[in-house]
Design a protein around this ligand. Structure first.
Ligand SMILES: *Cc1c(COP(=O)(O)O)cnc(C)c1O
Length: 449
């Protein structure tokens, strides 16, 4: 519809003119053309609808393109004290892993032996790093995540057959995902044995038959059974499985290589292999501290059988993951393990320094004892003694929406800032964010009053 000469819509700046603004041209270097023109059209539409004046269009476009990155995922400071926080991306990668991702991002020798120029097995480097950490494994294979490893194992071993599993090990891993549903979706039949609280070796023995594809032992990684409970020792289940010629798969979940004194109840990959598991399944981004990945480790025969199943191609891991996993394993202590073993006295010192740094803006912020958690499928219920800065609850929202988002723990009528999962070199940034959040909270209050 043509507009009358007096129509204010005629004053809306044209796309071509907006594109030549220096700020917009600069943003175009890091954003695709459709993104930039999309932002411009959106602002023009708002002006046409009368939501903003034509005179404000230019400033609004500049505001929206400035600082806009091609990925909307933002770095966040995790001040919750929960180390493996699924909503915040589980394990933060080590500097070594980040660098390895950058190096592998272009062309890389993921499937080539540079010595001979011939094709090589994919991810030999990550496999070697894994085997170094798992001397009891004959071979290892990496897939997309723990769930994919489980799907691959059940499909390859028990399609149209039985998977024997204890009733106490029907785990819901979160957000409505049940391992039992996942396994049944592969066409395996779940043969439940025992009761919720107790399963005996005879229960497994009685269930083994012609149709048994595998015995699966799952670590209940996010809940704890207490009281009159019991499952047979893994050694005994393995001996039974081998005597009857049935493979034993153990899903340990969290990916701890060997027992750690900080988490006495947590099963490890090494123990499961020594007990006689044919294959052990673990996640890469829980206590292993690496990228999202599923590690399958075990006997050479079992790993080969799983790796050559057609489904293995569909759960294949990408080069960035392989690079990050290898560097996590060969590089210095990854952040997850540093946070797990953080010294409480050191956390207290940093928290007190933080309280001092923000004193002007948050004079009542106190340092209180605060227990961290492993979170995300590991060390269920194990408290990790530490400290937190206690801020008013009203700071939680502005902290999350600040320049560097900070996610604290809102509990006990406060917003608790726990430094366990915050790299020490970010303490200064954190203090600045708290000061800015206090100012933002104050100005909203003034507007409201
Ligand atoms: C976390 C977990 C899984 C799923 O692993 P993802 O890597 O999240 O796919 C499977 N089993 C157990 C016991 C777990 O703890």
């Amino acid at each position: 519809m043509p507009t009358a000469p007096s129509d204010p819509r005629r004053r809306i700046p044209r796309t071509d003119d907006l594109l030549t603004l220096p700020e917009v041209a600069a943003a175009s270097a890091s954003l695709s053309r459709p993104v930039v023109t999309g932002i411009i059209r959106g602002v023009q539409d708002r002006a046409r609808a009368g939501a903003i004046t034509p005179e404000d269009v230019q400033a609004e476009v500049v505001r929206l393109v400035t600082g806009r990155t091609p990925s909307a995922l933002r770095p966040v400071l995790n001040a919750t004290g929960v180390i493996i926080h699924t909503n915040l991306g589980r394990a933060p990668l080590s500097a070594a892993a980040r660098a390895a991702i950058a190096d592998a991002a272009g062309y890389t020798d993921v499937e080539m032996d540079l010595g001979t120029g011939k094709r090589s097995r994919r991810g030999t480097q990550a496999r070697a790093a894994l085997l170094q950490r798992m001397p009891d494994a004959e071979d290892a294979f990496v897939v997309n995540n723990g769930a994919a490893a489980l799907v691959l194992a059940t499909t390859a071993l028990a399609f149209d057959r039985d998977v024997i599993i204890s009733r106490g090990q029907f785990v819901e891993i979160g957000a409505g995902f049940r391992l039992s549903d996942l396994m049944e979706s592969t066409g395996a039949r779940l043969r439940e044995v025992g009761t919720t609280n107790r399963t005996r070796l005879e229960d497994y023995a009685d269930a083994i038959g012609q149709d048994t594809g595998a015995i699966l032992v799952v670590h209940p990684s996010n809940f704890r059974l207490e009281g009159f409970t019991g499952v047979p020792p893994l050694n005994d289940v393995a001996a039974l499985a081998h005597e009857r010629g049935v493979p034993l798969i153990v899903d340990v979940g969290s990916g701890q290589f060997e027992p750690d004194a900080a988490l006495p109840q947590e099963p490890s990959i090494g123990e499961a292999l020594r007990a006689g598991a044919d294959a052990v399944i673990a996640s890469g981004d829980k206590l292993m501290g690496g990228p999202q990945a599923g590690v399958l480790a075990g006997t050479a025969a079992m790993v080969a059988r799983l790796a050559r199943h057609p489904l293995a191609r569909a759960v294949r891991v990408d080069k960035l993951t392989l690079a990050a996993l290898e560097a996590t394993l060969l590089g210095p202590t990854p952040p997850v393990l540093a946070a797990l073993h953080a010294d409480p006295a050191e956390l207290r010192r940093r928290t007190e320094a933080l309280a001092d740094a923000v004193h002007g803006a948050a004079p009542n912020a106190g340092v209180v004892e605060h227990e961290g958690r492993v979170g995300g499928g590991g060390g269920t219920g194990v408290p990790l003694p530490g400290w937190a800065l206690r801020l008013p609850t009203r700071l939680a929202d502005p902290l999350r929406s600040g320049e560097m988002p900070v996610v604290g723990r809102v509990a006990d009528g406060a917003c608790l800032i726990d430094l366990r999962c915050i790299p020490e070199d970010q303490d200064q940034v954190l203090a600045e964010q708290i000061i800015a959040a206090a100012a933002a909270a104050e100005s909203t209050e003034e507007e409201g009053s």
